[in-house]
Structure formats: structure tokens, C-alpha cells
Design a protein around this ligand. Structure first.
Ligand code: DAT
Ligand code: MG
Length: 162
């Protein structure tokens, strides 16, 4: 099934200049990369994005890391894109990620937090994360009774480079 997923090169990934290699890996796997943008995150959006981890002892370090420099966001599309992107990214802890995966090749083997890249973990997360990081792509129009429509992407808003 054709899916869209949210991918974000984290600040260490940007510093390591692996953006082109990452895009090349997705494209080689016949995934389409679109809507690339560079952003500097702010604490509220990091808290929202990692709400499932907010009570963990490492959360303050995780937030500081995500705020330590710009990130590069992208939407990746293709058959079974959510799982296939996660497989290309590799395990959360870079020291457990297999060679040939993005984290296995570029992540910090001595620090689990510094794992260079994010990919949505489910269809629900992908929809929420695309809406969170691409509010400009969301159709926010309301039904005639004034209720908010379910969020969906504006037609034609995905801009492919390839
Ligand atoms: P993933 O990024 O593989 O989806 P996650 O959502 O469980 O993993 O965690 C989000 C990020 O938080 C992860 O990319 C790195 C950091 N993290 C997770 N578990 C950690 C831990 N035990 N110690 C330090 N950082 C951790
Ligand atoms: Mg996750």
C-alpha cells in the first residue's frame, strides 16, 4: 500500500553532512523524497513529538540534542514506506543497528540518543507527525456546520524532486 511517512535528519545528522547519502538510500529503494525543509525546532514541538518519552530520565538530554542545531525534514512516500524507512534507518540504539542501515553506518555507537535520523513508527504517528511539522500542507477548512474536517493533505501539495 502506498504510504507517506515523516523523516527528519536530526542535528548530528546535519552536522555529519549525510543528507545526500540518506536521500540516495531512500531513492535507491524506490521511495520518493519530497517537501524537504530545514528548520530549527523549539522546545514545545520537541515535547509534543516525544510526548511518549517525556517522563524518561534521558528526556532533558533528548530535548537539548534536538535543539542543538537545525534539522532537515522530509516526507518519504512509496509502497509500505513506513516500515521500509524504519528498516533502512535501523535500530534505535546505533550500536545495535546493523551495518548498512543509516544508524548502523552514521549513528554514535557510544550514545543512544545521538542516532542521526527519525522515521515515523506507525501510520498513526506518520499522519500526526506530517501534520505537526507541515501545518502549511494541511487543509484546515471546516464543514458547513463549522466542525473541523479531519486533517488531510491539500491536493497537489507533495512536491517531488524526482
Ligand atoms: P525511535 O527513534 O527508534 O523511534 P524512540 O521513539 O523509542 O525510538 O525514541 C526516540 C529517541 O529517543 C531515539 O531516537 C533516541 C532517544 N532514546 C530512546 N531511548 C533512549 C535511551 N534509553 N537512552 C537515551 N536516548 C534514548
Ligand atoms: Mg519513535
Amino acid at each position: 500500500m502506498k504510504e507517506s511517512t515523516y523523516v527528519m535528519l536530526k542535528p548530528d545528522g546535519v552536522r555529519k553532512k549525510i543528507f545526500e547519502q540518506v536521500v540516495a538510500r531512500f531513492e535507491k529503494a524506490e521511495l520518493k523524497v519530497s517537501n524537504i525543509k530545514i528548520m530549527h525546532l523549539f522546545p514545545e514541538i520537541v515535547k509534543e513529538h516525544y510526548i511518549h518519552l517525556i517522563d524518561k530520565p534521558f528526556y532533558p538530554i533528548l530535548e537539548e540534542y534536538l535543539l542543538s542545531g537545525p534539522v532537515i525534514a522530509m516526507i518519504v512516500e512509496g509502497d509500505d514506506a513506513i516500515k521500509r524507512v524504519r528498516d533502512l534507518i535501523g535500530a534505535t540504539n546505533s550500536k545495535d543497528a546493523l551495518p548498512g542501515t543509516i544508524r548502523g553506518d552514521y549513528g554514535d555507537k557510544t550514545n543512544c540518543t545521538y542516532n542521526v535520523i527519525h522515521g515515523s513508527d506507525s501510520a498513526e504517528s506518520a499522519a500526526n507527525e506530517i501534520a505537526r511539522f507541515y501545518p502549511e500542507l494541511m487543509d484546515m477548512s471546516k464543514d458547513s456546520d463549522g466542525t473541523q474536517k479531519k486533517l488531510f493533505l491539500k491536493p497537489g501539495c507533495i512536491k517531488h524532486n524526482n
